[in-house]
Design a protein around this ligand. Sequence first.
Ligand code: PLP
Length: 425
Amino acid sequence: MQLDQASTEQLREWESALSAEYEQYQAADLSLDLTRGKPSGEQLSLSDSILDVLGNDLGNDGNIDLRNYGGLDGISECKRLFAPVLGVAEDEILIGGNSSLTLMYFAVLFASQMGFGDLGPAWKSGGKPVKFLCPVPGYDRHFAVCEHLGIDMIPVAMNDDGPDMDQVEALVKADTSIKGIWCVPRFSNPTGIVYSDAVVERIAKLATVAGNNFRVFWDNAYAVHSLSDSAPQLASLMAAAKQAGTADSVYLFGSTSKITYAGAGVAFVGMSAANLKAFSKHLGMTQIGPDKINQLRHVRLLKDSDGLTKHMRQHADVLKPRFDIVLKHLKDGIGDSGLLSWTAPEGGYFISVDTLPGLAKQVVAMAADAGVKLTPAGATFPYGKDPEDRNIRIAPSVPSLEEIDRAMQVFVNCVKLASVRQRLA
Ligand code: PLP
């Protein structure tokens, strides 16, 4: 289907056939959902032995009574397990509670309101709001944190190898009120791209060209979430930052939300030892210590890096066929017609698609009307505004293979029908 070469008559024929198909979907009373970037029941079950793995043996490296308060920075065997996930040393990681988003929120809050100890005062911008760079499309909750804390957001373009670094560097050089950048560096939410070594190196050097107290928020939520063993690796930001003399400018985050149980896992943050000290001082105002028993459970379940890799292969076995179905429908149904472009991620939880300009909202609305729920168009942009109204995030982890198959038939039909109608109009 090549719209730009089609006659009006041909377009009308397509419109009528696609409408008839669409009406059949509407009549079928479907209830399908491609919105939720969370693990399926099948994935959660992979970790069920975590419930029994402790028995009543709470023995641990530090001989700590894990049932009691304390240990704000987490237990040492858990640091040993997760420090390599972030690419930091064991004395550069804090293991917290169940949510990395909480740690990110606190990091932005502490930096903006209180500063990080001797490393820098609170962000100031002559009474005006400070700003963050937001590679787009991106993760809506990052944008929500900024909005909640009164931080202005500047979208920057995302390429196949990470944010457009020429644009990023030019912006931070020109405006010292830009104090941060959000990054999801491996299997980015939602495009699934992995930052190249060259991009990691340039990000590590940003603090040398930005204003005072510039910080990189490195949300490595999908650090070990590859769909195959051949997926691209990510260079260590901390190593590059040490090389560049900017180790204090990077904060790295991760969690087991999509490794074990979402909402009942452990989260962690990697920082220079000096930053960690300052961060812990603030964090200590909010809690006396994390759930160390859950931390030990995670170590007993996953054991070490090899154990973690094996565990994640089981997740990949569940996820990969789901990604494959989505991609097969896009390839067979849309192909090289130019009606849609999409990413084919090698890991993570999402596939990102771009419709023709001005159609994303309409496609999402049409799909909803035919019983297929999609993430609202615009959600992947700051303030919910996709200037070209093109991007849609597809999350295939939760529905069954049959449900994805059906939902993608509807989706492809909606994309084609909306595109033909736009052309006719
Ligand atoms: N960061 C990204 C990029 C995510 O996609 C998600 C969840 O979808 C999170 C963070 C949430 O992480 P947590 O459950 O550790 O708060």
